[in-house]
Design a protein around this ligand. Sequence first.
Ligand code: SAH
Length: 259
Amino acid sequence: MEADRKSIHDFDVSLICEYFSNMERQGPGSPEVTVKALGFVNNLTRDSHIADIGCGTGGQTMVLADNTDGHLTGVDLFPAFIDIFNNNVNRRSLRGRVKGIVGSMFELPFDNEELDLIWSEGAIYNIGFEKGLKEWRRFLKPGGFIAVSEVSWFTTKRPEEIEDFWQDAYPQIDTIPNKIKLLQETGYIPVASFILPEECWIENFYEPQTEARRKFLEKYRGNKTVEDFIENEKNEARLYDKYKEYYGYVFYIGKKCDI
Ligand code: SAH
């Protein structure tokens, strides 16, 4: 059984996308946490331009829109997420100020020094924390801010089962001081960091998946890939419950400075 266990890398992205498009958020987070992180950013005006990278269906982007006056661009690789994003924009009458575009975080469609703030919740791991910080820096104005959330170790030692899981899923997982050091070394003043509360995973991420899972299994009854994928998601939730004192999501907020 253990030897059979699959990793998230074994599944088709369109399957993962369809599953997560049934949820408001595609990663751990909450409106309170978004607002708290935004509280450390103090350069915004009506003319500011904010980019939300790996925005998904835009759960956190809409919170940003409600709490800022500037222009917001959400970027995500998956057109299905951006469709939902732009429907949300229209429903909330935010057109003109907020837009979602399909694009890759590896090739962002911004000019150098165009942005006042780069936001990215639960997504920078796709390019890697260090590479993302380095490559996105040029899009920020001098003194611009970056705010990203990233899975991190809370302790210097961990039980083998969880160490192995994360070494496979995301080998760049590291301790909070090491992540802050990277923030500093890549050209940002480390302004703040804080651990996301547990309910960001449990109530806002894993619990809504129970319903998404039910719908999915119903639609794809008898499909072995889907059943394996669901098993994989359940295993991740089980591990979180067992080992949540050792790891979690952390918000890192930095201010662009000279290197
Ligand atoms: N920020 C959202 C979504 C996090 S899930 C939230 O917190 O709810 C990670 C997101 O990154 C997904 O929406 C996925 O489609 C997107 N993503 C993955 N690879 C990407 C890439 N190369 N460029 C842009 N977005 C990407």
